[in-house]
Design a protein around this ligand. Structure first.
Ligand code: DAH
Length: 357
């Protein structure tokens, strides 16, 4: 038994890999192995001898088994070490730049304005693009016969011929999100709602789908002065100029009272548009103090709360900021246009790091 032990322990020690080790295991402990064969002879022995030999054989078997396991673990570690040595990779090496497509100017501008308004405490609210007639119109103080309904060139969804309810619409503006946000959150509230809107219109300056951002701030003492400051602050940050001049023109919207349209001072020099200087004015948004009926429709008490709202065309301000002449090209998915006007992926705009890189 001493010989067997010495023989197998040295064979185990010398096994170069897992398959050599398995051969040793089979030779010793396998069904037809040497030690198994000895075990089989126990039955023919005298009781006394069987007891002594059996115990010794079991001990030998255990020792060999333990040596096999230890060697197997060591071989596994060695194999792993070898893999780690041969497959190493320096993760600190600089990455090779790879083209991943570009960020569309509309997405870029949405990120920029979200960063600016977030800095002023506005959260982002959302609503559906297929909107009910009530949210898109009635709740915003545009009842069924109101002329503003005609001006919106609305796309209507299909209804079964025997269904008399007003059809849903593709939302014609982001203003319904005001109602949804107030209904869900109540007052005070400060949100912006960027998103797609739809109108049946198509020429050089209109596409059937375009983008707006709605703004809403409701609290106890909010006034037109707060609206003016917010918009000036926004324009200065967005257009990345030290100062801007805005002009508030009295206007009319059913959902605000008083209402104002806002123009920004700019110049056209040699076909180049400049914001913040010059003798031209460019309309960029509609705004006003939220109408008490609108607050009421959204479950907010107009004797306790008041505030401003605005709606701005995102495509328009993207064209202004980045000097993009044709609106329709925005939605043609022309890769050459996207490469030219697009923004680097992963370059998220933030106020501290610079909005547009
Ligand atoms: N919803 C208006 C439109 O699409 C824009 C607008 C004007 C939004 C005045 C407002 C507002 O919130 O106060 O033409």
């Amino acid at each position: 038994m001493q010989d067997l032990k010495a023989k197998y322990l040295s064979a185990i020690a010398n096994a170069a890999d897992e398959s050599a080790l398995e051969d040793v295991r089979l030779a010793a402990l396998g069904k037809k192995g040497e030690i198994s064969a000895l075990m089989a002879t126990l039955g023919k022995m005298e009781a006394d001898q069987r007891k002594v030999t059996g115990a010794a054989l079991n001990l030998l078997k255990d020792e060999i088994d333990a040596a096999l396991r230890a060697k197997k673990a060591a071989l596994g570690d060695a194999a792993l070490d070898e893999r780690l040595r041969s497959e190493w990779l320096d993760v600190t090496l600089p990455a090779r730049p790879r083209r991943m497509g570009t960020i569309h100017p509309v997405s870029q501008v949405m990120e920029e304005l979200t960063a600016i308004f977030a800095d002023m405490g506005f959260a982002v609210a959302e609503g559906p693009q297929v909107e009910s007639d009530w949210y898109n119109f009635d709740a915003l103080n545009i009842p069924p016969e109101h002329p503003a309904r005609q001006e919106h060139d609305t796309f209507f969804m299909h209804r079964a011929p025997d269904d008399t309810r007003p059809p849903h619409v593709l939302r014609t503006h982001t203003s319904p999100v005001q109602i949804r946000a107030m209904t869900e959150q109540g007052a005070p509230i400060r949100v912006i709602a960027p998103g797609r809107v739809y109108r049946m219109d198509m020429d050089q300056t209109h596409t059937p789908m375009f983008h707006q951002v709605e703004g809403l701030a409701i609290d106890r003492n909010i006034s037109m002065a707060n609206l003016k400051w917010c918009l000036e602050e926004f324009c200065r940050a967005f257009f990345e100029v030290p100062s801007v001049e805005l002009r508030f023109r009295a206007s009319h919207f059913p959902f605000t009272e008083p209402s104002a349209e806002v123009d920004i001072r700019c110049s056209w020099e040699g076909g180049q548009l400049k914001i913040g200087q010059g003798d031209k004015w460019m309309e960029i948004l509609g705004s006003g103090m939220v109408h008490p009926k609108v607050l009421t429709a959204a479950g907010v008490d107009p004797t306790q709360w008041q505030g401003f709202a605005f709606g701005m065309g995102i495509d328009r301000i993207a064209m202004l900021k980045y000097g993009i002449p044709d609106l329709r090209a925005f939605f043609e998915s022309d890769l050459r246009w996207l490469r030219h006007y697009g923004f680097a992926a992963l370059d998220m705009p933030d106020l501290a790091g610079g909005l547009s890189g």
